[in-house]
Ligand binder design. Structure first.
Ligand code: FES
Length: 132
């Protein structure tokens, strides 16, 4: 693979992302920017209050193909997981799902994970405020 060649799997997620959408009744939001390029990622979650599982997830990204594809994969991996399970999703999991990624684009693969962590954090902080 040359330094800028994307895998078929990555292009599939970029051209036809399943999770580019608004989440109805979202109860957590995460927004992050990539310091390397200025791209932005907005992610929404609908978390089940009882099971703490991610029932629905969606994102919008102003970013490159690697960022869009990575974010789509993050959403697919996180959906149906508990918050604790979702926190464990790693950059390696994303790259593996995509069949690899050009090394110079690896920084793009963390955008979705960071937004997911921020959304979970947002949810947990809101819950804490309700308790105290
Ligand atoms: Fe900005 Fe990939 S170049 S996220």
């Amino acid at each position: 693979m040359s330094d800028l060649t994307y895998t078929k799997e990555l292009m599939k997620h970029f051209k036809n992302p399943k999770y580019v959408k608004d989440v109805k009744n979202a109860n957590a939001v995460g927004e992050v920017g990539n310091i390397h390029c200025g791209d932005i990622m907005h992610l929404e979650l609908k978390i089940n209050e009882k099971t703490k599982k991610i029932e629905d997830i969606g994102f919008q990204t102003f970013g490159c193909p690697a960022a869009v594809a990575s974010s789509d994969v993050v959403c697919g991996l996180a959906k149906g997981k508990t918050l604790e399970q979702a926190k464990k999703i790693s950059k390696d999991d994303i790259v593996k799902e995509l069949g690899g990624m050009p090394p110079i684009k690896l920084h793009c693969s963390v955008l979705g994970i960071e937004a997911l962590h921020k959304a979970i954090d947002d949810y947990e902080k809101k819950k804490k405020r309700l308790i105290t």
